[in-house]
Design a protein around this ligand. Structure first.
Ligand SMILES: NC(=O)c1ccc[n+]([C@@H]2O[C@H](COP(=O)([O-])OP(=O)(O)OC[C@H]3O[C@@H](n4cnc5c(N)ncnc54)[C@H](O)[C@@H]3O)[C@@H](O)[C@H]2O)c1
Length: 457
């Protein structure tokens, strides 16, 4: 601007000074990090770029529920034929109806021509028989999240699918190695963890089993590009990269309620930091009953993990979130705006009393630190264990799947910009507080902090 308004030499100098100032800001570094991080995510250290890939021209999807439908749309949008398999005709009719409705809605908004709607629907077919899908090049399973059901499906796939077909699971929590063991071809089995709504969300976690073939990985990364996803490879662990980290974030959010905060304060603080949605609004959107079911399972599998009881008490009140019109907040029909609810807030205050906690005023700064550093600490463990091969992969998961603010570059880059020394210091302080056991600094984080380095150096 200055170049056109001021004498040319002076304008040039002012613009140059402006550029030099902007290029050194944390925001500029974050955006460059995200740009290169996206490209780096598609490169897997031990899978060379000339690894041969398999031909993918026909897809089969098992299950026409929330995920199966959304996953199918990705391929239809890219012009790749999809056949969906279900156990009952009604489930197929419902699933196909939802896909059509989604396309019709896009057409109404002028985003898609009616001709394109029909073209995409024309690529979709359905079946109740495995015999019809045996020639698919890739099959993506999206049935109920139960190991017993996955076992039935994968044994059947192993029996019927042609040799060389890729067998993918959309499981969000189950062990992909175990799923692979149900087949005699574990090299062909891989996790493809889409996020809901699967036709909208950019992120795809590609879960690499111990025996997943390199050509299978290379093929999945290639097809991910075709369907316009940001694919990030994760090793096998509970929750993979994204959900394993978010669990620590959610635990802190719960503890903040026990100590003195209310949902609205927590959400507003982290939204001001730049998150698309705070943890309680996110819970209401996803359904609080899903977390409830996971905690019940954890109570059996991993009884040492502790949580604030407030989320369970909320579910006991029947407040599952937007789908029941009531969760951490109240909702009005046709409106996603959250309205704080007095009974919920009374329940939270009463719970602190029951625990013998004197509630205190918690600053927004503490809320942000505890939520974000909880992500960072778990991210450091994930990096150290090799579940993620580089820090920028973790950042890409958070930028594309969890609404982490782009201008902060993801949790790991944000920690680098704060300085790992400062992050480790804050963690030590929180380790002395309420549920301090959650703040055992990851050894990698401590080591880098001691050496004056960052995750992305
Ligand atoms: N909902 C999410 O936000 C989300 C996100 C990521 C991953 N996932 C995972 O995706 C999978 C599916 O979840 P969903 O939310 O779509 O569930 P859903 O209940 O909406 O759909 C599951 C579908 O699978 C069908 N089904 C069940 N058993 C079957 C079988 N043996 N053969 C064929 N079809 C069968 C059911 O009829 C149902 O239509 C789960 O593994 C889940 O963990 C879900």
């Amino acid at each position: 601007m200055a170049g056109s308004l001021k004498p040319f030499e002076q304008g040039l100098k002012e613009e140059r000074d402006g550029f030099l100032y902007l290029v050194t800001t944390p925001e500029s570094r974050a955006l460059r990090h995200a740009f290169f991080g996206e490209r780096a995510a598609s490169k897997i250290p031990d899978v060379p770029s000339d690894t041969p890939t398999r031909k993918i021209e026909k897809i089969a999807v098992i299950g026409a529920g929330t995920m199966g439908g959304g996953i199918s749309m990705n391929f239809l949008n890219a012009g790749i034929p999809v056949m969906i398999l279900e156990t009952k005709q009604e489930a197929l009719d419902r699933g196909v109806g939802i896909i059509r409705k989604n396309y019709e809605n896009s057409a109404k908004k002028g985003k898609l021509t009616q001709e394109k709607v029909e073209q995409r629907m024309g690529l979709l077919s359905t079946t109740l028989s495995y015999d019809d899908i045996k020639d698919a090049d890739m099959v993506i399973e999206a049935v109920f999240e139960e190991m017993g059901v996955k076992e039935i499906v994968f044994k059947k796939l192993d029996e019927v699918m042609k040799q060389g077909a890729i067998l993918a699971s959309n499981t969000s929590t189950l062990d992909v190695n175990k799923i692979a063991s149900f087949t005699k071809r574990p090299q062909d089995v891989v996790g493809m963890h889409f996020f809901s709504p699967a036709n909208v969300m950019k992120l795809l976690e590609v879960v690499r089993g111990d025996k997943t073939g390199k050509d299978v990985l290379a093929t999945v990364m290639q097809i991910a590009k075709k369907i316009k996803k940001t694919a990030v490879v994760s090793g096998v662990c509970d929750g993979f990269i994204g959900n394993r980290m978010i669990e620590q974030y959610s635990r802190q959010a719960g503890y903040l309620l026990d100590e003195g905060a209310l949902p609205e304060q927590v959400d507003k603080a982290i939204e001001k930091f730049g998150f698309a949605m705070g943890p309680f609004r996110m819970g209401d959107l996803a359904g609080n009953d899903i977390g409830w079911a996971i905690r019940k399972r954890r109570a059996v599998d991993k009884p040492d993990i502790q949580y604030s009881k407030t989320a369970d008490l909320l579910c006991e009140m029947g407040r599952y979130g937007q789908k029941t019109g009531a969760g951490w907040y109240d909702y009005k029909a046709g409106d996603r705006k959250p309205y704080p609810n007095q009974q919920v807030n009374d329940m939270i205050v009463q719970h602190s009393k029951d625990l013998g906690i004197t509630r205190r005023k918690i600053s927004d700064e503490e809320i942000i630190e505890r939520l974000v550093f909880a992500l960072v600490n778990e991210g450091a463990k994930i990096l150290e264990e090799g579940i993620a091969s580089k820090a920028s992969d973790i950042d890409m998961v958070y930028l594309t799947g969890y609404g982490f603010p782009l201008f902060r570059g993801g949790p790991m880059l944000y920690a680098d910009q704060v300085g790992l020394y400062n992050v480790a210091l804050a963690m030590k302080k929180y380790a002395k507080g309420y549920h301090g056991e959650a703040w055992q600094t990851a050894p990698l984080l401590q080591k880098l902090a001691d050496e004056g380095k960052g995750f992305n150096d």
